[in-house]
Design a protein around this ligand. Structure first.
Ligand SMILES: *[C@@H]1O[C@H](CO)[C@@H](O)[C@H](O)[C@H]1NC(C)=O
Ligand SMILES: *[C@@H]1O[C@H](CO)[C@@H](O)[C@H](O)[C@H]1NC(C)=O
Ligand SMILES: *[C@@H]1O[C@H](CO)[C@@H](O)[C@H](O)[C@H]1NC(C)=O
Length: 189
């Protein structure tokens, strides 16, 4: 019976209480005062990232694959289509300019009346100190409008605890590809 394990005498209870209290203090001290100094949480930083996103929908170097859809090809907005991407991110607007990362994830056509994409995409960077760090963007992308804003909801590596927003502007597009300029503002540790 579990209750029989409980101490019967009050002296024993007080001893156990003190024991666990001291253990708790010791654990806390290790986290907070490991070198005798009170550690404050790391200071927040703000970063601004600028790059170009290339969504290549057809051709030999296609980076986009439609993975599901409602099958209603008469919908002007492609409502219901779900697309997987692994799009290159470059320093300049040309695809041949320096590769700085990739945008990997999904977008889904979620607007009946207007082209409006639900973006659920991880932007992983490859350059210098950012190499391997990623930002997660979840937002509404009204792709036919010249400027749109999406939320940065998190990140990894250098961008741990990230939050912020991305401003996307279409730089150029044709039937095979779209190039989008991104300005991303993030607060992170
Ligand atoms: C595909 O990519 C390769 C290597 O980057 C490039 O040489 C080629 O011109 C591209 N092809 C098309 C059709 O864009
Ligand atoms: C397909 O989309 C068109 C245009 O939005 C709409 O008029 C039609 O009712 C849709 N058909 C079905 C079966 O959903
Ligand atoms: C980024 O990291 C990967 C894996 O750690 C490494 O192979 C690659 O050379 C690095 N790239 C740059 C530009 O530092």
């Amino acid at each position: 019976m579990a209750y029989s394990l409980l101490p019967k005498s009050s002296a024993c209870t007080i001893f156990l209480f003190c024991f666990f209290f001291l253990v708790a203090v010791a654990v806390d001290a290790k986290l907070v005062h490991s070198d005798g100094v009170l550690h404050r949480p790391p200071k927040e930083k703000t970063s601004h990232l600028h790059f170009y996103f290339h969504d290549i929908v057809r051709g030999r170097n296609q980076t986009v694959v439609r993975v599901a859809g409602a099958g209603n090809r008469t919908s002007a907005t492609g409502f219901g289509d779900v697309v997987m991407i692994d799009d290159p991110l470059t320093e300049g607007p040309e695809l041949s300019s320096k590769l700085v990362g990739r945008a990997q994830g999904l977008y889904a056509s979620s607007g009946l009346q207007e082209t409006s994409l639900l973006m659920a995409v991880n932007y992983v960077f490859m350059e210098g100190k950012y190499n391997g760090s990623s930002l997660s963007i979840l937002g509404r992308n009204t792709a036919m409008r010249p400027v749109r804003e999406m939320a940065v909801v998190g990140g990894s590596g250098l961008f741990r605890m990230a939050r912020g927003y991305a401003i996307a502007r279409t730089h150029s597009f044709d039937t095979n590809q779209a190039t989008v300029e991104y300005n991303v503002y993030v607060v992170h540790y």
